[in-house]
Ligand binder design. Sequence first.
Ligand SMILES: Cc1ncc(COP(=O)(O)O)c(C=O)c1O
Length: 415
Amino acid sequence: MAVDSGGNEKIPQSVTDFIPFARPFIGKEEEDAVLRVLRSGWLTTAAEALAFEDEFAARLNLTAEIPVKAAALNSATSGLHLALEACGVRAGDVVIVPSYTFAATAEAAVYLGADVAFVDCAPNSFLLDPAHFEKIARRLIEGKTAYESGGPTGRPRAVIPVHFGGLCVDMDAVNGIARRFGISVIEDAAHAFPAYTEAGFPAGTLGDAGVFSFYATKTLTTAEGGMLVSRNADIIKRVTLMRCHGIDRNVWNRYTSGKASWYYEVIEAGCKYNLPDILAAIGRVQLGRADDLLDKRKSIAACYDAAFSGDSRFSVPPSAAGDARHLYPLRLNPTLTGRVSRDDCISRLKEMGIGVSVHFIPLHTMPYYKKRYDLKAEDFPQAEDAYKRVISLPVWPGMTRGQVDRVIDSVLRLI
Ligand SMILES: Cc1ncc(COP(=O)(O)O)c(C=O)c1O
């Protein structure tokens, strides 16, 4: 790297030198797929979306169990909403979600008039703490507030474990507790395609339903989009109905079935959550690349692990064999933050041409939920600690070795 007159390493100035936090991996195949749909005369949900659903489900059906079926949607947020609705969540129920997640996980419950109870992270983890989940579920069942300090009351109806960063939650523990209390389990697998448990089962297939995100920064992207999967035929049927206005036949059927195309019946007040074919076509190509993209993220994460583990300034993120490595949340330890704050580290990295992010600002700190339930920081010590110390480094598959080295070099130069 060049040095300035004072002997300091020069910060890259040009836009092309900047390493963004995330960048989608899009090639000619995706471009060709979009053009094919644009030229076909049918842009919205039809054959491409149906094929994407089948191909996506096939990737998850690794065992001879009842197969999962998939429903393509316009976002994971829509999927969480429809999954909760299909599991019978209604006004006055409580949905239990980790505090350490994105807004979507909790707001889906609020759409249905339900209350939200937040669970802390397990120690030194970014994942939901099953012991805290159990404690909250028991308190709610006993008619108490979620926390000794207060919080929502009501019947716990569903829990949404989040496979944060692509690392699987202990689903045996979560399912066991949920079964005991009669609670539905919706996996938020927005970060977790493809991710696997220690026993090799795909994330998203272990609860009543699982929801994946295809937002632009995710491991598989369609720009915006999502997929709900379930082994429960009733859930898939309900979601398929509700994603398209509660109309008893889908638009594609209306124009291809040979029956009168103008006639339909609205049997529920549904939503408009379908995935257009242009986007599904991108998703089909990305699905074919999923293992290659995973390998690329894994090799970037391995470089970061090698550079930062054993350095007392940092704690590398916990990982396991089936981790999708969607994020690389590096914790800054007091030997570093005693001298430079986390926020200053982010500003300095930006000046050095490195885009980073923070996953996540815990939801119990967000004004809407904090005020609504009068939430106290002391009920979420692990999430509070993780949030104050974390920065997410770039792990997008198109990064060159030189870019990865520059990220490492810049982080090591923070003090
Ligand atoms: C954990 C988590 N759940 C859900 C979502 C929502 O995904 P989408 O943007 O596809 O609605 C996100 C998006 O970033 C997320 O990070």
